[in-house]
Design a protein around this ligand. Structure first.
Ligand code: SAH
Length: 237
């Protein structure tokens, strides 16, 4: 049934190839390291993570999973379909002495069939724009969260400004990311993500934008969702 998996093998290979540099804060993963405290703080302010059951979908090398575990989560499960990033994540947790995080190679749709309504919080960050059928990921995340629980998504908007900043700027001018990291056609408008979430049965609570200042080289949460943005949603209790 491998052919039925909702994943693009080229995307997974891309992330596997870079996996050994995942925790190098000066590598291609610098942006993830930089935005991590911002998103972690935002999530934790909406739903305190202490003692919660958490799922991180498309966790990669575990930058967010491990940080959420260190925030005092009861347990964090990170899942991805790229094998090398998962190995890196596992090794890093070991090195950090973080015991409340686990990693698994499994499709989110398969986990949804196995463990429906099991998690207080599901995060799925910077992943939807790499997947053939993102709406299927949204549905699976909804199945996995408990009634009353929270789901968080972040992705890239699709418009001329996002093309200029997220692809031309980040990949070609500033070289923050390797060329080919993102494909414009796969970017997702907030209205599209909102519709998939609504159709899945999630209620949108908050939206935030993420802005990058190339002069100070810093990110900040903002109200400008035109490039990178985050959704906080709840499954009705
Ligand atoms: N969520 C992490 C990593 C983002 S990079 C963070 O924000 O820090 C994107 C990740 O999505 C990569 O680890 C890649 O392997 C993963 N990914 C891409 N397609 C996927 C799929 N179909 N299923 C699960 N993970 C996927």
């Amino acid at each position: 049934m491998r052919a039925m998996i909702n994943a693009d093998p080229q995307e997974l290979a891309k992330f596997s190839e870079l996996a050994h540099r995942w925790w190098d804060p000066e590598s291609e993963f610098r942006p993830l390291h930089q935005i991590n405290p911002l998103r972690l703080q935002w999530i934790d302010s909406l739903v305190p993570l202490a003692n919660k059951q958490l799922l991180d979908v498309g966790c990669g090398g575990g930058i967010l999973s491990e940080a959420m575990a260190q925030r005092g989560a009861a347990q964090v499960l990170g899942i991805d379909l790229a094998v090398k990033p998962l190995k890196v994540a596992q090794l890093h947790a070991l090195e950090s002495g973080v015991h409340n995080v686990d990693y698994r190679e499994i499709a989110v749709e398969a986990l949804a069939a196995e463990r429906p309504a099991s998690f207080d919080v599901v995060t799925c960050m910077e992943m939807l724009e790499h997947v053939p059928a993102p709406e299927s990921v949204v549905r699976a995340c909804t199945t996995l969260v408990k009634p009353g629980g929270w789901v968080f998504f972040s992705t890239l908007n699709r418009n001329a400004k996002a093309f200029l900043l997220a692809i031309v700027g980040a990949e070609y001018v500033l070289k923050l990311l390797p060329r080919g990291t993102h494909e414009y056609e796969k970017f997702i408008r907030p209205s599209e993500l909102a519709r998939w979430c609504r159709d899945a049965g999630l209620e949108l609570q908050r939206t935030r934008g993420l802005e990058y200042n190339p002069f100070t080289r810093h990110y900040a949460l903002s109200n400008d969702t035109s490039v990178n943005y985050l959704f906080a949603l709840r499954k009705p209790g």
